[in-house]
Design a protein around this ligand. Structure first.
Ligand code: PMP
Ligand code: GLN
Length: 380
């Protein structure tokens, strides 16, 4: 067996969801909404399943979906993508990430990563033979800093992997942050993989800026999106990859032997969803912002120190403010004794250096959030 995987623990999301089931806890750990998702999109999927073609769709994705993806990003982010050569459908952002790393990293290449990082990244980089160079971003701001980047970028760097907006810290990197990173990519001729699955879940009037849109980045950025996050349908695993045609030819070679295709009925339904009016996206964001504020206000009233959350479905509380120094122990205590599951943020720092933060998912009904708050009242 390969040691990269043999020595890995089970992902924290699965572990915490299992503990939540075992203890009958309210699950604010793994990120998923508790509503069923848009009716019309699910109806299109159901109809296409029963009445449509269920054999292999084209390897690059249904033409209707690739066209919808290109039109969507032109409308929302000002990107000009050729649906025939610059858009590919994958089975979730997870496949897109795995494929991009397999296709772009040569053994011995250095890969720049930022912690906190989504837990899939590091094992995939290692399995691809990459040498990780990790920049730890520090709470509460989690900003990108030129000096820290200068310490890791060099002639051996081939890829940088950025998640924007950033899960778990709920940070939205704006144009200034991205410009700093883009400068290093241009100088060292580095390809950027930008995991933008949270691009639509941004709050307080902010707008997501795609790294691909910055000067000099069009040809060197692989942009990754996920219908799971855009439409609150996390179980669907429909992702998309956007890249310049030359890069895409290589990415397609990884995709053809990872999954090859993705269920056609789900692709048809996502194509329908991407054409939704702006109002859908505004309403979705406003709904999540209300839930964020409800949980943040409730936690604040209980004495928890809540970090700002500009994007995603997650809030972080700083348990260090109450003198606690072990996020894993606190999450175990919270799920076993108080019946609320959360995620210890140290799982996102490979060196385990930040142990004071706990992530809570607020993509839940008011009743669920209120019940969780009641249970957390005397947990600290
Ligand atoms: N990247 C990030 C940052 C995520 O948060 C997630 C899922 N929550 C994924 C990738 C995986 O997306 P998918 O379910 O589409 O594979
Ligand atoms: N991305 C989700 C989260 O951050 C979980 C995905 C998973 O369970 N692998 O909670």
């Amino acid at each position: 067996v390969n040691p990269v995987f043999a020595d890995l623990p089970t992902t924290v999301f699965e572990t915490m969801s299992a503990l939540a089931r075992q203890h009958g806890a309210i699950n604010l750990g793994q990120g998923f909404p508790d509503d069923p998702g848009p009716d019309d999109i699910r109806a299109v999927a159901a109809r296409a399943l029963v009445e449509g073609d269920n054999q292999y769709p084209p390897m690059m994705g249904l033409p209707a979906l690739r066209e919808a993806v290109a039109a969507h990003y032109a409308r929302h982010q000002g990107l000009a993508l050729d649906p025939a050569s610059e858009v590919m459908v994958t089975s979730g952002a997870t496949e897109a990430l795995a494929g991009a790393l397999l296709a772009l990293v040569r053994p011995g290449d250095e890969v720049v990563l930022f912690a906190p990082m989504y837990d899939a990244y590091l094992p995939l980089v290692r399995r691809a033979g990459g040498v990780p160079r990790i920049v730890n971003l520090q709470p509460p701001g989690f900003r990108l800093d030129a000096a820290a980047l200068a310490a890791v970028f060099n002639e051996r760097t081939s890829v940088v992997l950025l998640n924007n907006p950033l899960n778990p810290s709920a940070t939205l990197f704006g144009r200034d942050d991205l410009e700093v990173l883009a400068g290093f990519c241009r100088r060292f001729e580095v390809t950027a993989i930008c995991d933008e699955v949270w691009e639509h879940v941004v709050f307080d009037g902010a707008a997501h800026v795609p790294l691909m849109g910055l000067p000099g980045m069009r040809e060197r950025t692989v942009k990754i999106g996920s219908a799971g996050k855009i439409f609150s349908l996390t179980g669907w695993k429909v992702g998309f990859v956007m890249a310049d045609a030359a890069l895409m030819r290589v990415l397609a070679k990884a995709h053809q032997f990872l999954t090859f295709t993705t269920p056609p009925n789900l692709q048809a339904a996502v194509a329908h969803g991407l054409a939704k009016e702006d109002d859908y996206f505004r309403t979705m964001r406003a709904g999540y912002a209300r839930s964020r504020d409800r949980l943040a206000t409730g936690l604040g009233a209980l004495g928890y120190r809540v970090l700002p959350a500009g994007a995603t479905w997650f809030l972080n509380v700083d348990i260090g403010a109450q003198g606690r120094t072990d996020d894993v122990a606190f999450c175990e205590h919270l799920v076993r004794r108080h019946g609320v599951a959360a995620i210890p943020v140290s799982a996102f720092y490979p060196d385990g250096s930040v142990r004071s933060l706990v992530r809570l998912c607020f993509a839940k009904s008011d009743a669920t959030l209120d019940a969780a708050l009641e249970r957390m009242a005397d947990a600290m």
